[in-house]
Design a protein around this ligand. Structure first.
Ligand code: SF4
Ligand code: SF4
Length: 116
């Protein structure tokens, strides 16, 4: 993989590791951004991205692009927990390790953290 590409584009494992829950008010129908059809109600005001309730987890919005890369198909519309999951955080490193991916290099962390 080219070093010029963001490591997330060849990863995506954080979208296959967590239950992605958010407030009902993040749904498009409630004035938010997340498409209602991609999520389901959990309890009252809590909703969850489809595909993240049961193992094997894979968020329905995780997209395999035709060029072989991966990414969020609703990146600009994603919910708060997705926005709050930082690249190169403990969770990022831990999830990559769990899925057998190599550790991010210091150069990758520095380069892409600065670009964020
Ligand atoms: S944030 Fe980390 S775990 Fe998530 S896609 Fe990017 S590199 Fe992978
Ligand atoms: S909504 Fe996007 S960023 Fe959030 S888990 Fe799904 S694919 Fe990943």
């Amino acid at each position: 993989m080219s070093q010029s590409l963001h490591p997330c584009l060849s990863c995506g494992v954080c979208c296959c590791n967590y239950r992605v829950e958010f407030s009902v008010y993040e749904l498009q129908s409630q004035g938010g951004t997340v498409p209602d059809t991609l999520a389901h109600e959990v309890s009252g005001n809590r909703w969850r991205m489809n595909g993240t309730s049961h193992f094997p987890i894979r968020c329905v919005a995780l997209t395999d692009f035709s060029d072989g890369h991966k990414g969020c198909g609703i990146y600009e519309q994603r919910s708060r927990p997705c926005r709050d999951f930082p690249f190169a955080s403990y969770g990022c490193h831990d999830t990559r390790s769990k899925y057998g991916l190599p550790a991010l290099s210091e150069e990758e962390v520095r380069r892409w953290s600065e670009a964020a």
